[in-house]
Write a protein that binds this ligand. Sequence first.
Ligand SMILES: [Zn+2]
Length: 515
Amino acid sequence: MVSITCYGGVDEIGGNKIIVRDGDTRFSFDFGTSFKRRHDYFEEYLKPRPGVGLRDVLYMDLLPRLEGIYRHDLVSRADFWSQWRAAPDYRRLTLDGVLLSHAHLDHSGYISFLDPEIPIYSTVMTAFISKAMQDSGQADFESEVCYANLRKLDKGVLRSAKISKQRPFVFVDGMPGSGTASSFWNRLPAKTKEFQLTTNASPPDKIGSLPLRHLPVDHSIYGATAFAVQTSEGWLGYTGDLRLHGGDQEETRRFTAEMRKKSPLALICEGTRAGDASGASEADVYENALREVRQARSLVVADFGARNVERLVTFLGIARETGRKLVVLGKDAYLLEAMHLASLQRVPDIRSCPDILVYEAPKAAVRPWERELRERYASRVVGANDVRQQQGECILCFSFWDANDLIDIEPEEGVYIYSSSEAYSEEQEMDLRRLRNWLKHLDMRFVGDPEGGDQRFHSSGHASGPDLLEIVRTIGPRILVPIHTEDAQYFVTNLRSEGIDVRVPRWGEEMVLQS
Ligand SMILES: [Zn+2]
C-alpha cells in the first residue's frame, strides 16, 4: 500500500512535511518550518524553549507526534514519549531519508529536530546554501539544518553538550570536485575542527528500496529540484516550489516533460499563486530598477534576499551600467562564496568582482567566520562613513532588518527599492508597515511597495495560476494533491472535469494512493 500524510503545507504556504510510505520504505518530501502555525503562538521574543527540547514544538502542534524520527538529545526524560501516546496523530515511525527540494526554511527548517542519523537528499547547491545560512546565522535550535548542536540533560534542563553532529547529506547531483568545496562543507565555523564525514561518491538512484530521480526546476533560489519516486503503485512526483517564467524555465519544462513520460500515478504540486495572473519577469525587474537607479541622485537601497542570485546578478548589472558599486552584507558575501563553490559556472566568484564591496556593520562581537571574511576582502570592506560619503556611488543591499544601519549612513534623498516577495503573513505585513515608517522618518522614497500592488521590482519564485494548470495538464497525473497553498479549490475547480482526481489533503490524515 502506498500512502502520503501531510504534516504541513495544508491550507498554508510552506511548512511542507509529506511522509510517504510504501512497504518498508518511508521517507519525507521536505521537512519545513510551518511559519503560519508557529506565528499563531510564537514570535521573536516568545520562542520554543531549547532547554525543554522537543516539548514545546510537540505540545503546540508545530510537529507531529512521531516517535522514532526526532533527535534523542532533545528529549528531557526517559519516559518522554509516554505522554504523547494517546494523541490522535501519535505513531511510531522510522525514515529512510528526507528528499529536500530547496533551501528555503519553509521546506528545510524543521530538519533541525530530526534524528541526525537520517540522511538528507538534496542538491549540492541546496546543501551549501543551507550550511552558509546556518554558519552565519544566530545559533538557534530551530535552524540546525546541516549540523545538530547536541544537548545533554543537566539537572532537568537540556544544555549544550558542545558537540556538533553533521547530518549525512546525500548529494543527488554528485559531489563537487574541488577540495575547497569539501573543506567548506566539513568545517564547523566556530572551531578549527572539521567534521570527518564522507559523502556519497555518486548520485543515489534509490530512496529506501524505491527508484528515485531528481529533476531540477526553476525557482527563486538556485539548487531547487523536484523529485520522482517509483512506488509499487506507479510514479509519484513532487514539485517542491517552481515557476515557468524565470531564467531556468527550461528546467521546469524538462521536469514536466520527464514526468509526463512516466505517466505518474500522482503529483504533489505547489499552489502558492493559484488563481494569480502572471507578473513581472526578471527582465522587467532589470528594466524597471535600472530606470529608478538612473534617476536616483543619491543612495539606492535594494531590498532582496541574496539567496536569490538571479536578483543579485540583476542589481550587479544595474550597478555596472550606472557606475555604482554593489555593497553587500558580510553574511551575503559568505553565502555567495559558498554558492560559488557549489557551482563555479553559475554563481559569480566575488573575489573577481571588484565592484562588489562588503559592508562592515558596527558589531560588539565579530564571529570567526566574519573576521576571516573581512580579512579576505580587506581592501573592499566599507563602513557607514564610507557609504555616507559616496551615497551616489552605491547600491546598498539591505533589508528591513538592517534599518538601524541606515541611521549611521544618514541617507540624503535616498531611494529604497523593494524587490522582494509580497507579504504572505500578518508578521510580514507588520514588518512592511514598520519599514514604511522607517523610510518616512529617514525621508527616503519607497518604490515597489507591495501594498499598493506595485509588482514592477519583483519577479515571483512561484508559477502563476495559469502556469500551474499548464504544468499539471502537461504531466497528466491520475491523482493531484495540491500543497503549499491557501487556495486548493483552484485546482479542484479547474481540473476536476478533465479526469484528474484532485485530492485536497488534510493535516495528519493518511491518504492512500491506488492505481
Ligand atoms: Zn521556496
